[in-house]
Write a protein that binds this ligand. Structure first.
Ligand SMILES: [Zn+2]
Length: 247
């Protein structure tokens, strides 16, 4: 039995087929992105776009599991693509050694169905939110800091039939702290493993149509105190991105 057969047992034939057909974009290939990209491929995703302009640094190796000592100084996007191909040689993976920005963002988002936001800054998160909202794509965002993190899901492809609040509704205006936690500490590998896995679980729940979804709520996780709390939020009628008054 190969690993795809195991996935069929877990996800069902239809779930596996949907995962094979969807095109995923992982933005940010640090701690979260390493887990997210690898888990998607091991679950049977076949089409991936990887976006990151960073190089592998020795200090990344404590938590960024796609890289090792021999990768230091190399492009994260290219190294990640190579490693993922070793796991599943028949995947189609495109690596973009660039920072997603206002110039290339619309094009990149148009090329995929679901965006996994694994970035470490709100500027890019909010840009992805706007672009995905406009293009009606799925967006699964997360933030991490030391031992804490959050995940929220924005399936904008449903927005014609149901109300889907956006990231700007959740974090209006200028937002400073990213994942909570102790700002003096680096992010732990346990945190990115758990939060990245929740992002991928949200993909699974969306494609199989089973279980809960994280739309209209953010799951806040504190690993030090073993707390995992879903916090509901609503569409902001004044939201600058998704309300009827948005420009
Ligand atoms: Zn909104």
């Amino acid at each position: 039995m190969n690993f795809q057969d195991y996935n069929t047992l877990l996800l069902g034939g239809e779930g596996v087929d949907i995962l094979r057909q969807l095109r995923f974009m992982v933005v940010g290939l640090g701690g979260l992105g390493s887990f997210v990209a690898q888990e998607l491929v091991r679950l049977g995703a076949k089409n991936l776009l990887l976006v990151d302009n960073d190089r592998v640094d020795r200090s990344n190796l404590n938590r960024q599991i796609l890289y090792d000592q021999s990768d230091v100084g190399k492009s994260k996007a290219f190294v990640a693509a190579k490693k993922l191909k070793k796991i599943s040689p028949d995947i189609k993976v495109e690596a973009f050694d660039t920072r997603l920005n206002k110039v290339n963002g619309g094009y990149l988002v148009s090329r995929c169905d679901i965006v996994l936001d694994c970035t470490d800054n709100f500027e890019t998160k909010k840009l992805l939110n706007k672009l995905c909202y406009k293009a009606e794509k799925g967006l699964i965002s997360a933030g991490v800091g030391s031992w804490e993190g959050w995940v929220a899901s924005f399936p904008f492809f449903k927005k014609e039939t149901q109300e889907v609040p956006c990231l700007e509704c959740l974090f209006p205006g200028n937002t400073e702290t990213l994942g909570g936690g102790d700002l003096n500490l680096p992010t732990a590998i346990t945190t990115v493993a758990v939060i990245g896995s929740i992002q991928v679980q949200e993909v699974i729940n969306l494609v199989t149509g089973k279980g809960e979804n994280l739309e209209g709520k953010t799951l806040v996780v504190d690993l030090r105190n073993y707390q995992c709390v879903p916090i509901k939020f609503s569409k902001n009628p004044q939201c600058s991105v998704c309300s009827s008054v948005a420009v």
